[in-house]
Design a protein around this ligand. Structure first.
Ligand code: MTE
Ligand code: HPA
Ligand code: MOS
Length: 777
């Protein structure tokens, strides 16, 4: 009765290729007798008017097959995110950032294409660029009028406040640094259609943008991929341009066309996390209750709108943090500057907002000389309270989560205090940071998923859905959901590529909603198949053992099925699948899921943008060397409330990976541009990211799974992005260590990211402004 018939599972095969490194990235392993490689000709200037492009030297290079400029595009020259015509694929009149493509070289090898591209001469009339947020706001360089959210009576609250905090906060850019750089491979198909293997989180966006550029219908553009080698938001839109370049190459030559950016080009040309500059004013009572918040969140969007507006919006919807604030004025601006277009990055504006509200809470605790934990607690949302945008908060567990984090927090505070009493050049500080993260796309229409399942006559199962696997474990989670629903082992299920012919009109895999929408759709499809299999099983058992056919009595588990009334008569899933096929049952199902209850009006700043919230709290202790500015994380503890856990290993991986990426954002990753709009860090020798070794030995994750009515499939919650915010606790740990240096007398103005350089400068400033510091320097 071994349910395995000795046939090899293709899925196991694909995992083997992955772990042995034989098949990692898009298009690897696909070779052609004849093909072309593409490399773009890019703008050397941040802002200017194109007077002419001379490609005669490019064309003369042996091995160059074609050079394409904007005028060669057969369809429309537009790949913009919210409006196609807002962002051209190839610049034709004006260039808006260094690295913007103006042409494409198609050659026999990528080396030839690259070499030849650099021989092109672009005659540009240089115009004044804008790089900074303040300059952009002053010049009115915005994509759209500012967004606004208002609640309560702001001026009354400020007038009645016991104290008011004011200030400006900045947070920096962040490079995605996916292992697999941007790439695509286009292959001609019969009838003028084409197939594109694209490194993307958004197959539908690629399909539609390529259709637009080539003047084809969506049905003629097939996008397919097995997985991407990391994305972190950088391929939600980021892959679209390169897919369109490859598609254009195939259209122009009739040959397969590949483009793969090398690391340096990828770093230089592609958009990053949005830097934010925020001016705030916050009113408090003497007990530490926040009474009003007046903030202006300004994001540096770069050359094109891309996702800047929804990112600003998510920042506006996250700046309340886990705190109930009755009176608010929240303004959001997307600033247009002459940098590569900034784009989605894990957190999508929420980390920037969390930094703002937690900086304010930290200052409030300091001002009152009260424990930060208590300030947080008295401000936490209570069940049924409304956010500034009018969504009610249910299952508001922040207090319970804080209770779980509190023993560790107290212990570390005492440890730091003892350490600081006897150390002068080194100080320790503790950060405590709560998270409340809204799960769902704020653009309601994106909250839909699709799935397609086939059960074959040998009992093997093919599973397709609209989600993209990027290392986050989505495929495994969705397979688990299907296995659980059908009562079969996961090994039976093959996760198919993400493909626009099999699954149409899908949202990008983003907003931490991959499992919520695609997993739910797969569950619904599996349920349809289960209903059909119940009928088949009851007929089978009727014929074989004479039971009256009653489908409701059929149970499925562990690769077997049986009738509750006769549990000894178990049948294998193979036997059932075969019987079902020969007796003409429907063994395929397609399903669609749309997250219920969502609606948000961006103009009014009101509605229910989120399905539910993921909650948690992080405690981090850091040790700072005040002479060198160096620091180290000594302890990190995370309490995460993630609903029912579908796969603990995956969720722990997401929490730790997200946390470290957040630590990098606020303590290491410093991305600056020079006066010409060129990134100063163009490789990993100049751009520092956290490594495994940066995770402290004293590290733990407490998965606090609550019963959640407002969660998604099987009570689970989105996990992809929220944990990144925990990393911000490291910034506050470093900040508090610096403040300990001044004996607590001087408030640190530590910049973000708190690089060793920033820490050393701040230590110096604190030393100069305190008496206590003088003796130690
Ligand atoms: N984890 C890995 N390993 N690689 C990634 O690229 N992307 C993150 C997160 N976790 C990412 C990751 C981002 S930005 C999002 S939105 C989610 O995964 C998307 O996947 P999900 O919706 O299935 O959680
Ligand atoms: N989150 C992530 N990606 C998105 C969103 C969002 O809310 N909206 C559009 N793309
Ligand atoms: Mo994630 S930034 O929503 O791709």
């Amino acid at each position: 009765m071994n349910p395995k018939r000795g046939r090899r599972s293709a899925d196991a095969e694909s995992k083997l290729l992955l772990v042995t490194g034989r098949e990692r990235y898009i298009g690897e392993g696909l070779n052609f007798a004849d093909m072309v490689h593409a490399y773009p000709i890019v703008s050397p200037a941040a802002h200017g008017l194109i007077r002419g492009i001379d490609v005669s030297r490019t064309q003369a290079v042996p091995g160059v097959r074609r050079v394409l400029l904007a005028g060669d595009i057969p369809g429309k020259n537009g790949i913009g995110a919210s409006r196609r015509d807002e962002e051209p694929l190839l610049a034709f009149n004006e260039v808006l950032y260094v690295g913007q493509p103006v042409g494409i070289v198609l050659a026999d090898t990528s080396e030839t294409a690259r070499y030849a591209a650099h021989l092109a001469e672009i005659d540009i009339e240089i115009l004044e660029p804008i790089f900074g947020i303040r300059e952009a706001v002053a010049a009115g360089s915005l994509y759209r009028p500012p967004l606004e959210i208002h609640t309560g009576d702001l001026e009354k609250a400020f007038a009645e406040a016991d104290f008011v905090l004011e200030g400006t906060l900045e947070s920096g850019a962040q490079e995605h640094l996916y292992l697999e750089t941007q790439r695509a491979l286009a292959i001609p198909k019969s009838g003028g259609s084409l197939l594109i293997h694209s490194a993307t989180q958004g197959v539908t966006d690629v399909q539609d943008a390529v259709s637009n550029v080539l003047g084809l219908s969506n049905h003629s553009v097939e996008v397919d991929l097995m997985r991407v080698g990391g994305a972190f938001g950088g391929k939600e839109r980021g892959g679209t341009m390169w897919a369109a370049v490859a598609a254009l190459g195939t259209w122009a030559t009739g040959l397969p066309c590949r483009i793969e950016l090398d690391r340096k080009d990828d770093l230089a040309w592609t958009g990053k996390r949005h830097p934010f500059l925020t001016d705030y004013r916050a009113a408090f009572s003497k007990e530490g209750r926040i009474l009003a918040l007046d903030v202006e969140l300004n994001a540096n969007g770069g050359a094109f709108e891309d996702f800047t507006i929804p990112i600003v919006e998510r920042a506006m919807l996250g700046v309340d943090g886990p705190y109930s604030i009755r009176n608010t004025r929240i303004i959001g601006r997307g600033c247009k500057t002459h940098l590569p277009s900034n784009t989605a990055f894990r957190g999508f504006g929420a980390p920037q907002a969390s930094f703002v509200i937690e900086s304010i809470m930290d200052r409030a605790a300091r001002t009152l000389g009260k424990d930060l934990a208590e300030i947080q607690r008295i401000n936490f949302y209570r069940d049924g309270e409304e956010t500034p945008y009018g969504q009610r908060v249910y299952e508001a567990f922040s207090g319970e989560i804080l209770d779980r984090a509190l023993p560790k927090y107290k212990e570390l505070l005492a440890e730091a205090e003892a350490f600081n009493a006897v150390n002068h050049h080194k100080k320790r500080g503790v950060g405590l940071l709560p998270v409340k993260y809204g799960i769902a796309f704020t653009a309601t229409f994106l909250n839909q998923g699709n799935a397609l399942i086939w059960v074959y006559m040998d009992g093997s199962i093919s599973l397709s859905h609209g989600g993209v696997e990027m290392g986050q474990g989505l495929f495994r989670k969705v397979a688990r959901i299907v296995a659980r629903t059908l009562g079969v082992r996961e090994e039976r299920i093959k996760c198919e590529t993400t493909n626009t012919l099999r699954i149409g009109s899908v949202a990008s895999t983003a907003a931490s909603s991959g499992t919520d929408i695609n997993g739910y759709a797969a569950y619904l499809a599996a349920k349809d198949i289960r209903a059909e299999l119940r009928k088949a099983a009851s007929q089978m058992l009727h014929e074989e053992v004479g039971l009256a056919p009653t489908p409701e009595y059929i149970e499925f588990e562990d690769d077997y099925c049986w009738d509750k009334r006769l549990a000894d008569e178990k049948r294998t899933f193979e036997a059932l699948a075969s019987f079902a096929y020969f007796n003409r049952y429907n063994l395929g199902a397609q399903s669609h899921f749309a997250t219920p209850g969502l609606s948000y009006d961006m103009e009014a700043g009101k509605g229910t943008p989120f399905a539910y919230f993921s909650l948690g709290e992080a405690v981090v202790m850091a040790e700072v060397d005040l002479l060198t500015g160096g620091y180290e994380m000594k302890s990190a503890h995370i309490v995460h409330e993630g609903g029912e856990i579908l796969d603990e290993a995956i969720d722990r991986g997401q929490i730790t990976g997200g946390f470290l990426q957040g630590v990098g954002l606020c303590t290491m990753e410093d991305l600056r541009f020079d006066g010409q709009g060129r990134p100063m860090a163009d490789s990993l020798s100049t751009y520092k990211v956290p490594a495994f070794s940066d995770l402290p030995e004293d590290y733990s994750v407490d998965l606090y799974s609550s019963r959640n009515e407002h969660a998604s499939i099987f009570g689970s919650k989105g996990i992809g992005e929220p944990p990144l915010l925990y990393g911000l606790a490291a910034y506050f740990a470093v900040k508090h260590a610096l403040e300990a240096f001044g004996g607590g007398a001087v408030e640190s103005r530590l910049s973000n990211p708190a690089t060793p350089e920033a820490v050393a400068l701040e230590a110096e400033r604190i030393r100069k402004t305190t008496k206590t510091g003088k003796g130690t320097a």
